[in-house]
Design a binder for this molecule. Sequence first.
Ligand code: F6P
Length: 621
Amino acid sequence: MAGPAQIGQLVILNDLSFVAGRSFEGRLYLWALLAILGLGIAAVTILTARLTLRGWISSLRDVLNDPQPMTERPQNDDPQIAQFVGEIRQLLRDLDISRRTATAIRTDETAQTHWSPEMLRRVLDSELPGSEILVVSNREPYIHVRQENGDITVQRPASGLVTAFEGVMRACGGTWIAHGSGSADRDTVDDTDAIAVPPGAPSYRLRRVWLDDEEMNGYYYGLANEGLWPLCHITFSRPIFRQSDWEKYVAVNRKFADIVVAEAKQSDPVILVQDYHFALLPRMIRERLPEATIVTFWHIPWPNPEVFGVCPWREALVDGLLGSSIIGFHTQLHCNNFIDTADRFIECHIEREDAVISVGNHSTQVRPYPISIAWPPPPLETLPPVAKCRVNVFERWKLAPNTILAVGVERLDFTKGIPERLRAVENFLEMYPEWVGRFVLLQAAAPSRNVLPLYQEVEKEVLMLVERINNRCGREGYQPVILSVRHHEPEEVYELYRAADLCIVSSLHDGMNLVAKEFVSARDDEQGVLILSTFAGASRELMEALIVNPFDARATAETINQALRMSPSQQTERMHLMRALVRDNNVFYWAGRMLIDAARIRRRRRIESVIAVVSRRATGN
Ligand code: F6P
């Protein structure tokens, strides 16, 4: 059956037949006319298509050449264009998913070849070529201290954040902006308040920020460490919230924002914001550097909304963090808690499947990135074999040759569960008296935040417990607990790890806990047992450790006994698996994954800007 077009065609042919008559010449004339007409239509179509295409290409070229991609998202009234843009956006979403999978595979594959500083550098070159990298943290990686004799020494602080990031910065270069807290820090910077570090082999710039006593008391000791620290670590210590501390916290965040903006040489740097000292910083930077890629890492746990909700400034803190492009936590649980908190207290749109929170035009991805340590661990470069380390430590601490040595290493902090560990040791010596005379716990405790009452209390409690245990179970030439309260350099700590039969990590709550990973990394002899709190993020990864509830002193005591009776082959089996995990998921892998995700966001934003501009041009808006 003929359709309307065919009917029309017949009519035309009939008309033309009439014009041309029935002769051969007439039919020839008719066909020639039709051919010319066809060619003309084809030419006009091609010309139109070319002009349209040229318009589109020139739009695309303009945008691609524009160093300042546009952020606005114009709405399209034209249904065809809107549909087209919708399709491309869907395509981008699909691309996102496939790229996420590809990234996971790529990182898994490369993990087989072990992430290294070189690999991280390569990732940076390929994924973020020419990008400026800025890191912001409160704690600085190198502290210059003036000694009593006037000499200046360099200290490396006891900080998980610093341990992790230092290796990354050595590999990536860039500028690390941090509080200059050392007594000789001002004497060692140049006229930009910066110093090239590490000392002796500089590879990045440390830009120091000066804070006065009032700022430190309000922002660091007050809001950060008496407010947010107990709030986020569920250790049942009441957080303290003072309005004056909050005001200093806001002011110091602003001060750092000013310095970040002043330091940035590009309009779209990659800014890596570290920790709970700077919850407001991402939004403050975003307002002034809208094109920046801001990756914030929260190094401590994030509690559920009920717990976080007691904070008087909960909305401002969450909103501040949502200025980030990505927010990273150590575990999936902390990500879930953060999303739930945003959902409860902030006007936002949440895509739970993609873990994306949007406020207005800006979206933030929430991702788990379990932090780790450098592999191989740098302190091992200078340390002798395990047997020699053991001899050194035994000599230094005057331990009997048959001693079974347990170690604990941390800052003297109430979240680390040192009193709980000591109670467990006391229980252990009571429950298994056969170990009295042989078992020694050597506790290295770095003084920390000791102007705060909670820290003074925990120190008092620790001293009281050590004295009680040593009085009860010690004797001439034997002390079951040795406490060393001072700063310990990484080499000394690693020597302890290598000398020990057992390492006890009994945090009451901890984001990750790098001591657990350090102990494992130190044991290239594949011996030694790790006892690990179930409330440390590390327990999600180091499953071959003996996992304990540190609040349960008797069960922990039983676990110490179990650890001491573990056969060497069983120790090897567990240590081997844990070492493989720390080696593969090392800190370069941690940083690499974040940088790859940051690069993906940058590319995506660029493509979206192109679509926005093209669609606007196409609709003439
Ligand atoms: O765990 C969070 C953290 O910032 C870690 O980097 C580090 O272990 C600790 O707190 C350091 O505390 P501070 O810098 O206050 O001494």
